[in-house]
Design a protein. Structure first.
Length: 266
């Protein structure tokens, strides 16, 4: 009988200990389940965008449009520069031949490209000068060609300023979205009186996404801007060569006229 009583009491104490352990573990298990329920289920870029604050959404949409504008400008300017460069080289090939200004002007009369404008401007000045090939005529030709070069250079560089603006401002816009997302995270901490991951994760995720979008918009803009700047510089060099070729053509025609006048005087 004493042994049987001891077994019952030991069993009773074991049951009491198990109940106490279960009672102490229930609150932590309940809290863990609550935290798991509060954790964001979708941390993909689109899910973070949908759960973002309205200000962070506006920043992300603006950066997406900036990235689209960057690639649009790259495509448009690349096609334009290649087309105009090929046409300028073709016109310069005509100027390098043993020809006359009137013949080159006739061949480029219907053209609206830069080299055609240079030739037409020189021909117009020759017509206004009445065929007087003196030093003043050369200076007037040089002034006209300089203005045409400047105008065509501004035209070919149109649109590249957008890339410079995006490359300079996109990181700071993304940083603004980052700061705003972190502010939302701290506000959530203060309102929930807890620092668990369920409160902090959404704001931090929004902040990191805004930073990434800022870099995605800025880095290609800077690279493309530098590439287009080099291509435009090469195109401007071609315009300079065309102006020099026109000046040489005018100078040769003047020398030939003086030579014919000298032969006629003899």
């Amino acid at each position: 009988m004493p042994i049987c009583t001891f077994d019952r009491s030991s069993r009773r104490s074991i049951v009491v200990q198990l109940i106490a352990v279960a009672a102490t573990s229930l609150p932590s298990a309940a809290l863990a389940a609550a935290d798991a329920a509060l954790l964001p289920r979708n941390l993909s870029p689109w899910g973070m965008f949908e759960s973002a604050d309205i200000v962070v959404k506006a920043v992300m949409i603006g950066l997406a449009f900036a990235s689209l504008a960057t690639w649009t400008v790259w495509l448009a300017k690349t096609v334009e520069i290649r087309r105009k460069t090929a046409l300028a080289r073709q016109r310069i090939g005509l100027l390098e031949r043993d020809t006359q200004l009137a013949e080159v002007e006739q061949a480029s009369r219907d053209g609206s490209d830069a080299v055609a404008q240079i030739v037409q401007s020189a021909s117009r000045e020759a017509a206004l000068s009445g065929g007087m090939f003196d030093d003043g005529f050369k200076e007037r030709i040089a002034l006209r060609l300089e203005r045409v070069e400047a105008a065509m250079s501004r035209q070919i560089a149109r649109g590249t300023g957008v890339l410079a603006t995006i490359g300079a401002t996109a990181p700071f816009v993304g940083l603004f979205g980052t700061v705003w997302g972190i502010m939302n995270a701290f506000i959530g901490i203060s309102e929930a009186h807890t620092t668990n991951l369920a409160v902090v994760a959404p704001g931090i995720a929004e902040a990191l996404l805004a930073t990434a979008l800022g870099l995605v918009a800025a880095i290609p803009a800077v690279v493309i801007y530098n590439h287009l700047t080099r291509s435009i510089a090469a195109y401007r060099a071609l315009l300079g060569d065309a102006s020099v070729m026109v000046m040489l053509l005018v100078s040769r025609e003047g020398d030939r006229s003086l030579f014919r006048l000298a032969r006629a005087a003899e």
